[in-house]
Design a protein around this ligand. Structure first.
Ligand SMILES: *Cc1c(COP(=O)(O)O)cnc(C)c1O
Length: 334
């Protein structure tokens, strides 16, 4: 029985072609700036996203951490969503390691932050307050795509208030593919962007932080400080380059699979949130633990959450989605 793992799009295995690209990659010592494959990945992604420079890092968590620390000094503040990855799911790193104060706000239903609420949260220039420096957005936000018109408003807003604008674009390419635009049409509104190669793009490891030359030089210094300087990292960067060249457009398949899964569960009477990209949220309430155990006996791996998130990816095909729907159908009869 092959396992269908829907916990996250981080669980994908490198494909044989990706492994071949990793095997063939020229390498060097990246701390000395001498890994040609890392250099190529950083330059290539920065160019594609419209930035002057990029920085390869081991994880999205580190990318966001360096991204925030390169914008904010000790005692400064960033405004962020209450459920945002950078705030809620990264161990409080910006506060612990950067002494950066978060100012979390509730997200709107569409994954945006209300700019009137952001305005009200900006601290006046007064020594009682931390200095507000940055607004951080996330796209996709729990599978939701932020409208381009909102990004334009956020850009104007942050300029008007002297704030920087950072994007946690762990799933930037899901958003771009869903909108049918180049990723640059999303990233053009931001001062900095973090992109995960190890989510839907299917690389085993790595993220890239993009921004201006000065900003990335600062982030590079911080990367060494937190232990993120790697040596012959080109074998990992090669997987990222392969993913960018071969595994972006196929994200549309993941989105179609998620839509089909949601449709199947709705037909069975489950409460399912509207799907935009590769995430399906189904409300199991008190039956979440029971479902997790039941699904496991049928070869389907999920988390035990009352609001259960299932994520489609490279290693789940259309037939397996039908299998998952069958598991839900059988569970409904238990
Ligand atoms: C996964 C994720 C990250 C962090 O990436 P890791 O590589 O797991 O550290 C950051 N932001 C979002 C939105 C994510 O989903």
């Amino acid at each position: 029985m092959s396992i269908i793992d829907l916990r996250s799009d981080t669980v994908t295995q490198p494909t044989p072609a990706m492994l071949a690209a990793m095997h063939a990659a020229p390498t060097g010592d990246d701390v000395y700036g001498e890994d040609p494959t890392v250099n190529r990945l950083e330059a290539e992604l920065a160019k594609r996203l419209g930035f002057a420079a990029g920085l390869f890092v081991p994880s999205g968590t580190m990318s966001n951490l360096l991204g925030l620390m390169a914008h904010c000094e000790r005692g400064e503040e960033y405004i962020v969503g209450q459920q945002a990855h950078t705030y809620k799911y990264e161990g409080g790193g910006a506060a612990v390691l950067g002494s950066i104060q978060p100012q979390p706000l509730e997200f709107q239903a569409d994954g945006t932050l209300d700019l009137d609420q952001v305005r009200a949260a900006i601290k006046p220039d007064d020594f009682h307050f931390a200095r507000t420096r940055l607004l951080a957005l996330e796209n996709t936000m729990q599978g939701k795509v932020l409208p381009l018109s909102y990004l334009a408003q956020a850009r104007d807003f942050t300029r008007e208030h002297g704030l920087q604008l950072h994007l946690d674009g762990a799933r930037l390419y899901n958003a771009a593919v869903k909108l049918g635009v180049e990723a640059e049409q999303i990233t053009r509104y931001f001062d900095s962007v973090s992109v995960c190669l190890s989510k839907g793009l299917g690389a085993p490891v790595g993220s890239v932080l993009c921004g201006s030359l000065d900003y990335i030089a600062k982030a590079r210094r911080l990367r060494k400080m937190v232990g993120g300087g790697m040596r012959q990292a080109g074998i990992l960067a090669a997987a990222g380059l392969y993913a960018l060249d071969h595994q972006v457009q196929r994200l549309a398949e993941d989105h179609a699979h998620a839509a089909r899964l949601a449709e199947g569960l709705l037909a069975l009477g489950y409460t399912v949130e509207a799907v935009q990209t590769n995430m399906v949220y189904v409300h199991l309430d008190g039956r979440a633990g029971a479902f997790k155990d039941f699904a496991a006996t049928r070869g389907v791996t999920v988390s035990a959450a009352p609001r259960l998130r299932m994520v489609t990816h490279l290693d789940v095909d259309a037939a397996q989605i039908e299998q998952v729907i069958d598991v839900f159908a059988d569970f409904a009869r238990t």
